[in-house]
Design a protein around this ligand. Structure first.
Ligand code: UDX
Ligand code: ADP
Length: 472
């Protein structure tokens, strides 16, 4: 195997591939990094001269792309060309939950992984290290290996290629991706070929301390990724379950979270109650974990992890119900302002956002939603809610609500009966409540599902206040 990597190809220019390759290119100027994708629009957005139009919004990303693009960082649709010139190929393609067939709704659809492996087996030249970067079910490396080796068997022995498969899971969180990549808690490399492992470790060693680069076997690496996300998601479901107890008993979730988080064995991170976790990883990874547990007959273990997802769905449904109850049991003809549609702040990603299910529940109640999010387009909302934006009048008379995107918080709040904060964007922490109160219809309500506003201030302007886990 080559130990000195000079050409990297990354298949998939998404939330993982784009930022990860940008940081590698920035930290390793001696390596040519080619990010390829079959999505022409995405690639042309990565190549846009206006850096504010990159397809992914991540603080710090624009500066890196500005520094490296056209030098040692390239975005292209020429997948075959760059596979054939690479010493190392990262697979960073999408792996959503399967929609149909065996394991539907439970395990990842590996068709994009399989397609990538087939492309690699066909076009790679000589010795190639293949790195799985996408979040994957345990044993996916075997699928990749089987495909690569299978195609080799059909070749003339003199022309056979040599592949080595590594697992190098990504632990970046959206919104802090660049910081997470530049200063990771650890880097995990799983594999069975020492030389390949060291080739990848050498790349990371350009900016990461050696003691943070862990080497494991393939399956430990794959399982660690799923387990890390499952543990994080479990903390959120735990604190969200306690938020409901707080509301019933008169306790306050922020006080409880602080009190338990100060126990150094528990720690204070990931204890913010909210509308439930979203994002492309948590639910998918837990469902993958549940799937493999069932596969190996570990049914009790499967049920244990399934509950983390169940509580997350319950939390979202519960919030929509509370809104209905507080607004006299009916939302028909009422206007509700939705503040925040992304699954968390500092990203333009709406995958699995709790806002989607909450908005759908509210639309079912027949209300008119005015949605404001600093980073989300009407097209994205349309795709997520699976209904078109209304043209100002209610779309139909079937008691199903309507939605429109607002350009400002004020526009959303005008004549609204209630405001719902669903994403923890900083700008929602600094709302001028005095001005907003004047715009709303009385009795007005604020439902703060992220616990980021000040109760006394909001109430002082005559707005009724509900916040997650605030039982006082
Ligand atoms: C997660 C993991 O953090 C990351 O390591 C992995 O590589 C990918 O999945 P991400 O989905 O980008 O990252 O976001 P994260 O910050 O983990 O938040 C996930 C969800 O949990 C968000 O909806 C967020 O709002 C919610 N959350 C997080 C809470 O509700 N409370 C918290 O205390 C923390
Ligand atoms: P992630 O969050 O895991 O990065 P994304 O959906 O943002 O996921 O990005 C995955 C990218 O992979 C998409 O842009 C998609 O077009 C691309 N992709 C999927 N399959 C292939 C393939 N066989 N060849 C090239 N690109 C692919």
């Amino acid at each position: 195997m080559n130990s000195e990597v000079k050409h990297i190809c990354c298949i998939g220019a998404g939330y993982v591939g784009g930022p990860t390759m940008a940081v590698i290119a920035d930290r390793c100027p001696h390596i040519q990094v080619n990010v390829v994708d079959l999505n022409k629009k995405r690639i042309s957005e990565w190549n846009n001269s206006d850096l504010s139009k990159l397809p992914i919004y991540e603080p710090g990303l624009e500066e890196i792309v500005k520094r490296c693009r056209g030098k040692n960082l390239h975005f292209s649709t020429e997948i075959e060309t760059y596979i054939s010139t690479a010493d190392m190929i990262f697979i960073s393609v999408n792996t959503p939950i399967k929609q149909k067939g065996l394991g539907a709704g439970q395990t990842s659809d590996l068709k994009w992984i399989e397609a990538s492996a087939r492309q690699i087996s066909k076009h790679a030249k000589g010795k190639t290290i293949v790195v799985e970067k996408s979040t994957l079910p345990v044993k996916t490396a075997k699928v990749i290996k089987d495909i690569l080796e299978g195609s080799n068997r059909e070749m003339d022995p003199n022309e056979r290629k040599s592949f080595s498969v590594l697992s190098n899971p990504e632990f970046l969180a959206e919104g802090t991706a660049i910081n997470d990549l530049e200063r990771p808690d650890r880097v995990l490399i799983g594999g069975d070929n020492k030389e390949s492992i060291e080739a990848l470790a050498k790349i990371y060693s350009h900016w990461i301390e050696p003691e943070k680069i862990l080497r494991t076997n393939l399956w430990s690496s794959e399982l660690s990724k799923l387990t890390a996300n499952a543990f994080l998601a479990q903390r959120i479901s735990s604190i969200n379950s306690v938020s409901a107890i707080c509301e019933s008993t008169g306790a306050n979730i922020k006080e409880v979270a602080k009190a338990i988080g100060m126990d150094s064995r528990i720690g204070g991170k990931f204890l913010k109650a909210g509308p439930g976790f979203g994002g492309s990883c948590f639910k998918k990874d837990i469902l993958n974990l549940v799937y493999i547990c069932n596969f190996y007959g570990l049914n009790e273990v499967a049920q244990y992890w399934q509950k983390v997802v169940d509580i997350n769905i319950w939390q979202q449904n519960r919030i929509a119900k509370i809104v209905v109850q507080k607004l006299f049991g009916t939302l028909s003809e009422k206007k509700l302002a939705i503040l925040g549609f992304t699954f968390k702040a500092n990203t333009n990603d709406t995958r699995e956002s709790p806002a989607i299910s909450i908005c759908k529940d509210l639309l079912d109640e027949g209300c008119n939603l005015a949605i404001f999010d600093p980073k989300v387009s009407s097209k994205k909302v349309e795709d997520d809610l699976k209904t078109k934006q209304s043209k100002g009048v209610k779309q139909n008379d079937m008691n199903f609500g309507s939605w429109r995107l607002s350009k400002t918080i004020e526009e959303a709040a005008k004549d609204a009966d209630a405001l719902l904060i669903l994403t923890d964007w900083d700008l929602f922490k600094n709302i001028e409540w005095k001005e907003i109160a004047k715009l709303m219809r009385e009795p007005s309500w604020l439902f703060d599902t992220r616990g980021i506003t000040d109760k006394e201030t909001v109430q002082s302007f005559g707005i009724n206040f509900w916040s997650i886990g605030d039982g006082s």
